[in-house]
Design a protein around this ligand. Structure first.
Ligand code: PLP
Length: 393
């Protein structure tokens, strides 16, 4: 479903709730409001619906249902993964080594920074290359101990780079490290399989794939040492206490099912639209950098993801100009949107100084049309030229 009166090009921030997802959720928002942990019949129906969603998602990522833990979203999943593994390592390792990188979403970065600040972990940042890849060799170079945690994102939310998580997992496991990946941007957009990736923990979030906001999951491979980081009623085997968000979880399951289908049917079309957008902007606006992977090799960039840096332009002004024209876009992450500070990702990529403030992320979905893409190309061209003229660049 399209957003009325707007061209929505910010699907990496969040997506439209699919009407079929809403339909699946409705019974649990209206008639059956029972607590899924209850003992009566409606409660047991709600519990079955939660477990059906668990099975759908487990099958989709090649996991067992008892390895899926429902949470309130990607942020919580990242926190449980990182803090939970660190807590579990703690009796043996007083200050476990955690290896990550400068391109992570704040849900990972800020969690790690907080743990490092209180001396609970020894934090090492693996280097990144100019296209935003965290290479297995860079992770390997950062390993100094015999056990710890490695957390590297599957796909980047600002520039769409897809990392070689399998290569990283192989190196990590040889050294006795546990591996977590934040797959919030990739799950539902490209195939995600925990055995192919070789990970022990994986985070995902429903609202990035046509599901509702406020529901996510953490995959934890059987046998992975992890402790709860919050305590309560003991739901989700004590790892994530709190009353089940039945409607949200049912919606997540349905959204995952629809996304799996769309990966097969729609990815090529979305990639073609993205390429049309990229060539329209790169060909029409001089002094523009395509941020993220440039080689064009399949599988290196998320299908619906395009991001740019324009010389001599403020990305935040560009986003405002596009908004006035009815186009929803972003400078990068939601956190840096509206601020004049370059994002931590662009800083890590070491873009030239006169480009670093000029970032724009355009993220497409299966709802995006060629007509919308063409309108966006024209609007971006007009805005960039106008801003360059105003500021004499
Ligand atoms: N990780 C990544 C890579 C993201 O893009 C996001 C959301 O933008 C999150 C984590 C946080 O997910 P949520 O909004 O479900 O808390």
């Amino acid at each position: 479903m399209a957003m009325s009166n707007h061209i929505y090009m910010d699907n990496a921030a969040t997506t439209a709730l699919d009407p079929q997802v809403l339909e699946a959720m409705m019974p649990y928002l209206t008639d059956n409001y029972a607590n899924a942990s209850g003992t009566y019949n409606p409660a047991s129906k709600a519990r079955s619906a939660v477990n059906k969603a668990r099975k759908i998602i487990a099958d989709m990522i090649g996991a067992e249902p008892d390895e899926i833990f429902f949470t309130s979203g990607g942020t919580e999943s990242d926190n449980i993964a990182i803090q939970g593994v660190v807590r579990a390592l703690f009796p043996k390792e007083k200050r476990p080594e955690v290896i990550s990188d400068d391109l992570e979403h704040p849900a990972v970065r800020e969690t790690l920074k907080a743990l490092a600040k209180t001396h609970l972990i020894d934090l090492k940042m693996a280097s990144t290359d100019i296209e935003g890849f965290i290479l297995p060799s860079a992770v390997s170079d950062s390993i100094h101990k015999h056990c710890g945690l490695i957390s590297v994102m599957h796909a980047n939310n600002e520039i769409g780079t897809i990392n070689d998580i399998r290569g990283i997992s192989e190196i990590a496991h040889e050294q006795g490290y546990t591996v977590h990946t934040d797959a919030v941007q990739s799950f539902g957009h490209i195939p995600v399989n925990v055995d192919m990736l070789g990970v022990d923990l994986l985070s995902a979030s429903a609202h990035k794939l046509g599901g509702p906001k406020g529901v996510g999951l953490l995959y934890v491979r059987r046998g992975t040492a992890i402790s709860p980081i919050m305590f309560g009623g003991g739901q989700e085997k004590g790892l994530r206490s709190g009353t089940y968000n039945t409607a949200g979880i049912v919606g997540f399951g349905r959204a995952a099912e629809l996304a799996a289908e769309r990966i097969r049917t729609d990815s090529d079309r979305i990639i073609k639209l993205r390429e049309r957008l990229v060539s329209g902007i790169m060909g029409g606006i001089p002094h523009t950098i395509l941020t993220g992977p440039v080689s064009g090799t399949d599988g290196q960039r998320l299908p619906g993801h395009a991001s740019f840096a324009f010389k001599g332009v403020q990305g935040s002004s560009l986003v405002i100009g596009l908004d006035i024209k009815g186009i929803c876009a972003s400078t990068g992450s939601a956190c840096s949107a509206g601020s004049n500070e370059p994002s931590h990702v662009l800083r890590a990529l070491k873009l030239p100084a006169d480009y670093i403030n000029g970032s724009l992320r355009l993220s497409l979905s299966h709802n995006t049309t060629a007509e919308e893409v063409d309108k966006v190309i024209e609007a971006v061209k007009n805005e960039v030229f106008k801003l360059r003229e105003i500021f004499g660049n």
